[in-house]
Ligand binder design. Structure first.
Ligand code: HEC
Ligand code: HEC
Length: 390
């Protein structure tokens, strides 16, 4: 508390020259602190009985790279969620067995989401992990194919037993769901590492003045726009820079002569899914995990809304938006700066207005977004610490 007061004084100009020029307000400091600390603590997913289980994590990692989960044996999760491309594919829209309508999001930090997919059609990480296996345009497999692989491949059968305590079930859907739960257990471990922004944020909290100085000035100015004039943090909030909700920011949603209904279609798919948290595959005995799904209601305004993406590592995941329609971060900033209000449909967002940023402000905002890039991924750090015999 003392440290925070000291740095507040510093930022406000009471203590020494170095950090003063920006003349931050106490409010700005408070808001910035809310974007951390990073990484947030691990929490088990109660709907997945193997969440956090080491054998299941190891099984899930194998499965993430397993082409036999696809029709024709050519595609696997990592074909699109490519580890060395920050767990996405760099394409405008994903291509599996055929082209998909949407851009591939990174699966880094995915455990912090509460709805999955751009339209939130998944209410759990494990259910979301089944969708690409079954989708004809993605991996095009079936529950029967997946279950046969788990039963007939001796190594998988063994790993399955270790993870779930039983041999693969006779019911194909049960085996498919178990595969989704192992995939989820693995993906829960994918966290991005710390960024220059995190060091700055913690330096504020700890009152470490020299550390504060290491954060580039352009990024500092960009951050102030982000939490101030830009009001970006109304939606891109908290440690992962997302409120987890759905909004329309005026990205056109026409696709192949039709429209992508976004959240509206997502709610319909969620409610129709045999794998949602209201169904028999939810392992949460308390019923708490299903509460949100129970209360979700379809509204007209959901049409054309998409999930607010997290912004960590965003400089590594171009192109942007649900349809990959913006190529660079500078294009995204221009989008918000020149926002076409007519594109926001009738019951659209009251928060959004064209920001009319100067070219310097735009450059600064991009510099801030770039400062959210991890120095080294948490996975790399963990791997470096492992013995070679793994
Ligand atoms: C053909 C490319 C492709 C393949 C293969 C693929 N994905 Fe995806 N993934 C996508 C796309 C595109 C989306 C966004 C889907 C949407 O919004 O409808 C996505 C979304 C996700 C999400 C939700 C992320 C979020 O932030 O909401 C998760 C989790 C995920 N995929 C996991 C997997 C797993 C596990 C596999 C393998 C079983 C897999 N994906 C295979 C392209 C792919
Ligand atoms: C009203 C809520 C809201 C506000 C305010 C907002 N965003 Fe967004 N942002 C979103 C949504 C929703 C998307 C995805 C839209 C889509 O794909 O159609 C998005 C997408 C993005 C992306 C693309 C990320 C990716 O992985 O594709 C970036 C970068 C971004 N916003 C930065 C900003 C900045 C910078 C500001 C402030 C100038 C801002 N946002 C203000 C909701 C918001």
């Amino acid at each position: 508390m003392i440290a925070r007061a000291a740095v507040l004084a510093l930022l406000l100009g009471a203590g020494g020259a170095a950090a003063q020029p920006l003349g931050w307000s106490a409010d700005e400091v408070r808001v910035v602190l809310r974007h951390g600390p990073w990484p947030p603590p691990m929490a088990r997913d109660p709907s997945n009985r193997v969440s956090g289980n080491r054998d299941a994590i190891a099984l899930g990692e194998r499965l993430f790279f397993e082409p036999r989960l696809s029709q024709g044996g050519q595609l696997f999760c990592a074909s699109c969620h490519v580890p060395y491309r920050a767990w996405q594919d760099g394409r405008t829209r994903a291509r599996g067995l055929a082209e998909v309508d949407r851009n591939t999001p990174s699966v880094l930090n995915v455990r912090l989401q509460r709805w999955f997919g751009w339209d939130g059609a998944g209410d759990s990480l494990w259910a979301q992990s089944l969708r690409p296996i079954l989708d004809a345009r993605e991996m095009g497999a079936s529950a029967a194919q997946v279950a046969a692989l788990m039963r007939e491949d001796a190594e998988y059968a063994c790993r399955y037993r270790k993870s779930f305590g039983t041999a693969p079930a006779t019911d194909d859907a049960d085996v498919l769901v178990a595969v989704g739960k192992a995939l989820a257990a693995f993906q829960e471990t994918l966290a991005s590492g710390r960024s220059a922004f995190d060091d700055f944020r913690d330096a504020i909290e700890r009152g470490e003045r020299e550390a504060l100085e290491r954060y580039p000035r352009a990024a500092q100015r960009g951050l102030r726009i982000f939490v101030g004039k830009g009001a970006c943090n109304v939606c891109h909030l908290g440690p992962a820079f997302t409120n987890g909700e759905f909004h329309d920011v005026g990205v056109p949603f026409f696709i192949r002569g039709g429209v992508d209904p976004g959240r509206h279609g997502g709610i319909r798919r969620l409610q129709a899914s045999a794998y949602n948290l209201l169904g028999r595959h939810n392992d949460d005995q308390s019923g708490a995990a299903a509460t949100r799904t129970k209360h979700v209601a379809l509204e007209h305004r959901n049409f054309g809304e998409f999930k607010v993406p997290g912004l960590r590592n965003v400089a590594l995941t171009a192109p942007y938006m649900h349809n990959g329609s913006l190529a660079t971060l500078a294009d995204v900033v221009r989008h918000y700066s020149e926002l076409n209000v007519e594109r926001l449909h009738a019951d659209g967002e009251a928060i959004l207005k064209p920001l009319r940023l100067s070219s310097q402000e735009s450059v600064d905002l991009v510099a801030f977004l770039e400062s959210l890039t991890e120095r080294k991924s948490a996975l790399d750090e963990r791997r470096a610490a492992l013995p070679c015999s793994r």
